[in-house]
Design a protein around this ligand. Structure first.
Ligand code: GRG
Length: 286
């Protein structure tokens, strides 16, 4: 199966499951359910849940087994976007070409919609206990809480907000926590819940760390090249291009992708899809 067909198939699987998992818009209180659904759908690339499904498959598991968890990871990602767009944080009026959640529903509902998606995600993680051994699910819930809490995504975001000048190690630490930790956890989700060996879990986790950091560096590069943002004087200090320039940033992203792909050698030919996903992250297609 070619890469685009693989992506489309997984995206469909994830979207159909999300339709089921999210409360209906007609269910009271309607406004919050509308706000949740209108941010989750039509949605973005669905990269994080696809990483989870691909990791499950590479360790020989049926991807259906990790579907609720993969969807939970997408809901967590969506919550972070809603909150990040708020006036108190990044103050973005648009998300994926449409009014951001607080622009469409008001700040009060946007805050609550983000909270509700996060809460629903933890419910889904525990629901996965029907398909996977409960001890494994409990262990993974701990992993995800760690990845998105103050030692992970939230901590990285706090340091990004509060730091004025950063050194390379500080910047790398911000990126690894803010963006990389959730992405690494997506790989671990597939590997752990899919029943991978310790060696496989470690390889996928190392792959996740590298693609996670590369993803954020590519995002920094795209931001720095965005003429509208440059003209508006929107320069992010805590970014690779601000610290190293575009050329070095491009080189670093390419190196990380190469390193990520080398982690897949233990899987032989089965590693092809994750190799292609790594290239996709570098090139940001789809
Ligand atoms: C506010 C709780 C909270 C956390 C903030 C991850 C994060 C930390 C905020 C999200 C906003 C942001 C700029 C993150 C950087 C990573 C990034 C570019 C996310 C967008 O991910 P894509 O491109 O989005 O995968 P789609 O639209 O495809 O889902």
């Amino acid at each position: 199966m070619d890469f685009q067909a693989y992506w489309d198939e997984k995206r469909k699987l994830i979207d159909e499951a999300l339709v089921e998992y999210l409360p209906q818009e007609s269910e009271p209180p309607e406004i919050i359910h509308r706000a949740m659904r209108s941010t989750v759908f039509p949605g973005g690339k669905r990269l994080r849940p696809i990483l989870a499904l691909a990791a499950a498959e590479i360790v020989g598991s049926d991807s259906q087994k990790v579907l609720p968890t993969a969807c939970a990871l997408e809901l967590i990602h969506t919550y972070s976007l809603i909150h990040d767009d708020l006036p108190a944080l990044d103050n973005d009026d648009y998300r994926r070409g449409r009014p951001s959640c607080h622009k469409a529903f008001g700040e009060d509902i946007a805050i609550l919609a983000g909270d509700a998606l996060l809460t629903l995600a933890f419910g889904l993680l525990s629901y996965n206990g029907q398909m996977v051994k409960k001890g494994t699910v409990l262990f993974f819930i701990g992993e995800i809480a760690q990845a998105i809490g103050t030692q992970g995504m939230i901590g990285g975001q706090v340091d990004d907000l509060k730091s004025e000048e950063v050194t390379q190690p500080q910047l790398e630490s911000i990126h690894r926590r803010k963006t990389g930790a959730l992405m690494e956890t997506c790989l671990k989700a597939g590997a752990i819940l899919g029943g991978g060996s310790q060696r496989e879990i470690e390889a996928l986790s190392h792959y996740g760390q590298r693609v996670g950091l590369a993803f954020q560096i590519v995002d920094d590069i795209l931001d720095a090249e965005d003429t509208k943002k440059v003209e508006a004087g929107e320069k992010r200090e805590a970014s690779y291009p601000a610290l190293f320039g575009l050329e070095k940033s491009e080189k670093k992203a390419t190196e990380l992708i190469k390193e990520a792909k080398s982690q897949l050698s233990i899987f032989g030919k089965k590693g092809k899809i994750l190799e292609e996903i790594a290239d996709f992250i570098r090139g940001r297609g789809i």
